[in-house]
Design a protein around this ligand. Structure first.
Ligand SMILES: Nc1ncnc2c1ncn2[C@@H]1O[C@H](COP(=O)(O)OP(=O)(O)O)[C@@H](O)[C@H]1O
Ligand SMILES: [Mg+2]
Length: 236
């Protein structure tokens, strides 16, 4: 796939330190434009730190990340607990577009398209903060999607959701990816990883131990840590 919108992303020896702690160690990897990439690993593994690097919200303490990332430039991140405006569903999406100077029929078209794709048509006038958790997550995705970023970073979007809300969310994520956007989704949920991933990046204690096609990873994980994780035990 040709290079576009800052993809592929190349990390070479990337380390992030906070005080005396190293949060991620020596990350060397490449993210291509095509596959839906799932960042899989237990709590505290470094998934959010890596997503924040990719979003340009954090800079490496050492190593190189190319092309350089800046917040909002070609990427959008949906945080684990998205902050919605205390206004209607419609106003939340429109506001994001207005900040980018997108108005008029173009704005209306985008709003309709993303609300339809995330299953929120008919919810326009509902107060965003009264939506269910699942609907709020889908609204956060819709708001990011409306900006048409090449790269969408999703941080455990389904963590607090029940199975029907999870299905609705995953459907929205699939549609986002089918539209040709690069999606990197962090999760500790094996089921979600199996359902969504084209490729898995398995992360453990701040290191990406494996990057492999989803089939290959689930059939034969190479690291002991990944095998233990798949067997349902958290590695020591
Ligand atoms: N700003 C920070 N300062 C210090 N430690 C942090 C900071 N952000 C994250 N960490 C630590 O880095 C590790 C990885 O965190 P995180 O990326 O949030 O894990 P995950 O998202 O996989 O659950 C954890 O041990 C966490 O406590
Ligand atoms: Mg996290």
């Amino acid at each position: 796939m040709p290079e576009r919108g800052g993809l592929p992303i190349r990390l070479e020896g990337v380390r992030v330190e906070r005080g005396r702690r190293t949060l991620v160690h020596d990350l060397t990897l490449r993210l291509e434009a095509g596959p839906l990439s799932v960042l899989l690993g237990p709590n505290g593994a470094g998934k959010s730190v890596l997503l924040r690097l990719l979003a340009g919200l954090l800079q490496p303490s050492a190593g190189t990340l190319e092309p350089a990332r800046r917040p909002g430039e070609g990427s959008a991140i949906v945080l684990q607990r998205p902050v919605l405006l205390r206004r209607s569903v419609l106003a939340n999406v429109e506001y994001a577009l207005r900040l980018r100077g997108i108005d008029g029929p173009e704005r209306d078209q985008r709003v309709r398209r993303v609300l339809e794709a995330t299953g929120l048509l008919g919810f326009e006038q509902r107060p965003a903060r009264r939506l269910s958790v699942g609907e709020q997550q889908r609204l956060a995705i819709a708001r990011a999607w409306a900006l048409e970023p090449d790269l969408v970073l999703l941080d455990e979007p389904a963590a607090p959701l029940d199975p029907p809300s999870t299905r609705a969310l995953e459907e929205a994520v699939r549609r986002l990816h089918e539209e040709g956007r690069k999606v990197v989704l962090a999760t500790h949920d094996l089921g979600q990883a199996r359902r969504l991933a084209d490729e898995i990046l398995f992360i453990h204690e701040g290191r990406v131990l494996e990057q492999a096609g989803s089939g290959e990873f689930f059939e034969g994980p190479k690291s002991a840590e990944a095998r233990a994780f798949l067997a349902g035990q958290l590695p020591e």
